[in-house]
Design a protein around this ligand. Structure first.
Ligand SMILES: NC(=O)c1ccc[n+]([C@@H]2O[C@H](COP(=O)([O-])OP(=O)(O)OC[C@H]3O[C@@H](n4cnc5c(N)ncnc54)[C@H](O)[C@@H]3O)[C@@H](O)[C@H]2O)c1
Length: 260
């Protein structure tokens, strides 16, 4: 077995995953899904979500996971550095990172305020970059890492009033393709999961209007919109050794809206 292959497969020690934006929606489902699969967790969200994050953490602990709650804005470089320091101090390792934190603020290109563009780019694109940059020294020292960035089919196709969101999610995919090339020799993989239309607080922007919901449903091969639980298995795959030779990919998890 050569060095890289050894480095890309973990021994059977307990694994640690950091999940951002974990208090609700898709991030919460991912946190609980990883807890059920035997991960210990460092769970992040913004301070305003502290109480919801504590609920997620309590449920993950009920699945047997060791859980740390980390309040930080992923678009704040210093806060991200502190968060990674705290996570490493608590767990001694970070094997998997799921960059899930994201925001959507709908507006047409013509009317989009500059601060919509800036905030969406800051959280979705820069936030992903900052957390990855802070985790890389840890994963490189381990000779092992799994990075799963939550992009969106919006970054491949998109919908009206979401051009800035689409741009931020396309940025995450481009970032991940190059990241995969840089970190591959260190036993680290980097992939994207691209959810479709998922019923969460964010998803309601698309789904509160029942006619719009039906139109999205009709676009899926599965003839339904998604639930946060639908995203968990693919993310867990990218956080596992089953995906050791899969990197730089962007996997649609959308019930068959974008076909490739
Ligand atoms: N719901 C969908 O239909 C859908 C589709 C495609 C992609 N996504 C992506 O999936 C991810 C999760 O979305 P969701 O639908 O669960 O949304 P959500 O709004 O329910 O949850 C997002 C979470 O991220 C947190 N967050 C926001 N800004 C943050 C920051 N600066 N720092 C740390 N945490 C922050 C929020 O507090 C919240 O807990 C996002 O990246 C989103 O873009 C969602």
């Amino acid at each position: 077995m050569d060095r890289h292959r050894e480095g890309n497969i973990m021994s059977d020690t307990r694994r640690i995953a950091l999940v951002t934006g974990a208090s609700r929606g898709i991030g919460r489902a991912i946190a609980l899904g990883l807890a059920q699969r035997g991960f210990d967790l460092a769970l992040n969200d913004i301070a305003a979500q502290a109480s919801a994050l504590a609920d997620t953490a309590a449920e993950a602990r009920a699945h047997g996971a060791g859980v740390q709650e980390l309040l930080a804005d992923v678009s704040d470089r210093d806060a991200v550095r502190r968060m990674l320091g705290d996570a490493l101090a608590e767990h001694g390792a970070i094997h998997a990172l799921v960059n899930n934190a994201g925001i959507l603020r709908a507006a047409s290109v013509e009317t989009c305020p500059e601060d919509y563009w800036d905030s969406v780019m800051d959280v979705n694109a820069k936030g992903t970059f900052l957390v990855v940059q802070a985790v890389l020294p840890i994963m490189k020292a381990q000779g092992y890492g799994r990075i799963c960035n939550i992009s969106s089919i919006g970054g491949k196709h998109g919908a009206p009033e979401q051009a800035h969101y689409s741009a931020s999610k396309a940025a995450v995919m481009g970032f991940t393709r190059v990241l995969a090339q840089e970190v591959g020799p260190f036993g680290i993989t980097a992939n994207c999961v691209c959810p479709g239309i998922i019923l969460t607080d964010m998803g309601r922007v698309n789904l509160d209007d029942m006619a719009v919901r039906k139109a999205w449903q009709d676009k899926t091969a599965a003839a339904r919109i998604g639930d946060p639980q639908d995203v968990v298995g693919p993310v867990a795959f990218f956080c596992s050794d089953d995906s050791a030779f899969v990197t730089g990919q962007s996997l649609n998890v959308d019930g068959g809206i974008v076909l490739s």
